[in-house]
Design a protein around this ligand. Sequence first.
Ligand code: CP
Ligand code: NVA
Length: 298
Amino acid sequence: MTSPVRHFITLKDIPPETLHAILNNAHVLKQEKFNPPQLFEGLSLAMVFDKRSTRTRMSFEVAMKQLGGHTIVMNMDEMQLGGAESIESTGHVLSRYVDAIMLRMSDQAMMEELSRHSTIPVINGMTNLSHPCQIMADLLTIEEKLGAIKGKKIAWFGDCNNVSNTFVEAAPIFDFDFIMACPEELHNKAPKGAQITADPAKAAGGADVIVTDTWVSMGQEGKSLDMFWPYQVNADLMARAKDHAIFLHCLPMHEWEEVTEEVAKSKASAIYDEAENRLHAQKAILAWCLEDTGVKIT
Ligand code: CP
Ligand code: NVA
C-alpha cells in the first residue's frame, strides 16, 4: 500500500508525473537562487548520517536555510538509535519534533522501516542500494547542458553500485537510454532489466553523457581495483561519445582512478554544476515532501 506520507526513498514508488514536476520545479528554483522564496519558514529538517558526507549534508542544510527553514544534524553513533532505541521508536519521536527527516543510512530496509513509523516525510540521502537525490541532480544537469533528457544515451563505467542502480530505475521513468559497462564478474550485481556490457567502447559509442563513480564505495575500502582499469574514463573513451557529450561524477572522486585528471578537468566535465544542482534538486524534493504543511511553489 502506498503511504499517504510523501516519502522520497525509491523513485519507482513515486508517480512519474510527480518526478517530472519535481525536476521542473528544480529548474524554477535554480532560476530563483539569488532571490529564494521563503517556502520553508517555520519548518525543520532532521538529518541523520551513518556515513561521511560533504555534498548531501551541505546541500540539504543550505537548501532548508535559503528557503527559510531550520536543520538539525546528527551522526547515527551519537543517537540512541545506534544503542538500545528501536527504529520504530525513533520514527515516532522524530515525527514529534521536526517536519521531515533526511537519512543517509547504509541499510535501505532499515530506512524503509523507519519511514513506516514516521508521520512525516523520510528522504533517502543514500543507502547501499540507492541514491535518488543524486540522480535528480544529475538529470537537472543533463537538461541544463543538453536539453530534454528524453531519448538521450547515458553510458556508465566501472562498478555496479547505489548510483548506477538508481539510474537504471530512472531510465524508463524519464525515457532515456542507460547502458552500463562493467567487469563481467559484476554483471550479476546489476538490477534486473539493466542494459549491461563488458565492452566500454560499445557503451561509450554515440553517448550524450559519460558517467562514472568511485570503484570503492564507502564501506568497501581495501578492495582490489584490478578488474576496473579497462573501465577508466579517459580521453580515448570520451572521444567515442558524441561531440557535445558531457562527463558526470557524483563525487567524491578517487583521483585519478575511475577518471583521468584530463577528463575531470576538461570542458566536457560538468561535475561541479552537478554538485551545485544537488542544492536545487533537493529544494524541489523538499517542497514536494512538505506540501501537506502548506508549502507551494508558485
Ligand atoms: N555525491 C554525494 O552524495 O556526496 P557526499 O557523499 O559528499 O554527500
Ligand atoms: N557509490 C558511492 C557514492 C558516494 C556519494 C558510495 O556509496 O560511497
